[in-house]
Design a protein around this ligand. Structure first.
Ligand code: ADP
Length: 361
């Protein structure tokens, strides 16, 4: 039977290296050998600083008493290790290492997010504060007063929209994936997105909706999430298509059972280089156009999240100056022809029933 202390050190969820009083390696566990690139057999007896030359580690091993914890990023590209050096057994040292790459990345994202939100809220607040000051010092009347009040209202609407989008994102992240239980007809989703887009466009665009080939198509989705996904795509199409452009909402039920919901526009398009980033929170290709048209920079992040939770995807094709096509895919288990239970192809690979079945995604 192996030594129980050694077995216990192998089992701890971080790297452990035992050194002698001359910094020679006595033993290391498997995690340390991976994190620090040490060979537990070949490197035993070697002075650790001959193998790991990171200056912070060297300083910590030379320190008297217990040195502060520190991070090293020099061993492997993209890896951050949290290191601790402790004294044990009269002059011997112990190195502990934890891989904190992911935790650090999350922390950076969290800080960026808070900075972005603060900035987004501060901008309209500054404008509002400016107008309030003006109104306190000058007595505005008639059309000038109306104009200022209207500008103030625009800023409050902007903040409201931002808070609303932030809450939507938080809800998407915090709630369980929608079960395949709630079958809803597809057509009303399309009709309501089409009519909202008409309203937003105020007659500046030609907006078409192609009815699904099968009138009885149903989808197992969380209603508010699919509405919000299609609505955001249609709103973007209106906002990024100059007057006179064409916007088209259509669906294809593919032979493999996937449903595609497509929003196509003849708008300004998106340069290739931006495509991988446009679904990130607050990423905008053209900041001023986004703000002028009431954008929060969160729309596509919401769409991607909402559709991803249903096991689907958001796909984008775009050519600058020509237009864009945004496609939502919904997986076969969430699509059915409500009118014919035993429909032939094109149709779902899985014939889903009304009963709740586990979400395979
Ligand atoms: P926003 O509120 O800024 O519109 P989104 O997350 O909805 O934020 O979109 C991110 C960015 O992607 C937009 O700022 C815009 O630059 C670009 N974009 C989105 N949809 C379209 C579209 N249909 N045509 C051109 N650009 C678009």
């Amino acid at each position: 039977m192996s030594n129980p202390f050694e077995a216990a050190f192998q089992a701890v969820p971080f790297g452990v290296v035992l050194l002698d009083e001359h910094q020679g390696i006595l033993w290391c566990n498997a995690t340390a050998s991976v994190h620090l690139d040490l060979d537990p057999f070949r490197d035993t007896g070697q002075k650790v600083t001959n193998l790991l030359r990171d200056p912070a580690l060297v300083a910590a091993l030379e320190a008297k008493g217990t040195p502060d914890d520190f991070r090293i990023t020099t061993l492997r590209p993209g890896q951050t290790l949290l290191m601790q050096v402790r004294l044990y057994d009269q002059g011997r040292r112990l190195i502990l290492c934890h891989d904190v790459t992911e935790a650090d990345r999350m922390e950076v994202m969290r800080r960026d997010f808070v900075a972005h939100v603060s900035h987004e809220i501060r901008t309209p607040l500054t404008v509002l504060a400016g107008f309030v000051e003006t109104m306190q010092s000058i007595a505005l009347e008639g059309p000038e007063q109306d104009r200022v009040l209207d500008l103030m209202r625009q800023q409050t609407v902007r903040m409201e929209k931002l808070v609303q989008d932030l809450l939507t994102l938080a809800n998407l992240e915090g709630s369980p994936r929608p079960a395949i239980a709630n079958w809803l007809p597809l057509l009303p989703f399309l009709q309501s997105a089409w009519s909202d887009a008409q309203h937003l466009s105020e007659g500046r665009h030609q907006i078409e909706m192609e009815r699904p080939e099968r009138a009885g198509l149903e989808v197992a989705v969380e209603e508010s999430e699919l509405s919000s996904a299609i609505g955001n795509l249609m709103s973007n199409a209106v906002r990024y298509t100059p007057a006179g452009g064409l916007i088209r909402l259509s669906t294809i039920w593919r032979g493999d059972g996937y449903l595609e919901i497509k929003v196509n526009d003849t708008g300004i398009g998106i340069d290739r280089q931006h495509l991988p980033r446009i679904t990130r929170r607050f990423y905008r290709v053209d900041k001023s156009r986004s703000r002028e048209t009431g954008g929060t920079g969160l729309g596509l992040a919401i769409v991607k999240h909402a559709i991803g939770r249903h096991g689907g995807e958001l796909l984008v094709e775009s050519t600058p100056g020509t237009g864009s096509t945004f496609t939502l895919t919904i997986p076969p288990a969430r699509v059915r022809d409500g009118q014919s239970a035993s429909s032939a192809a094109p149709g779902p690979a899985v014939q889903a029933s009304d009963a709740a079945v586990p979400d395979p995604y």
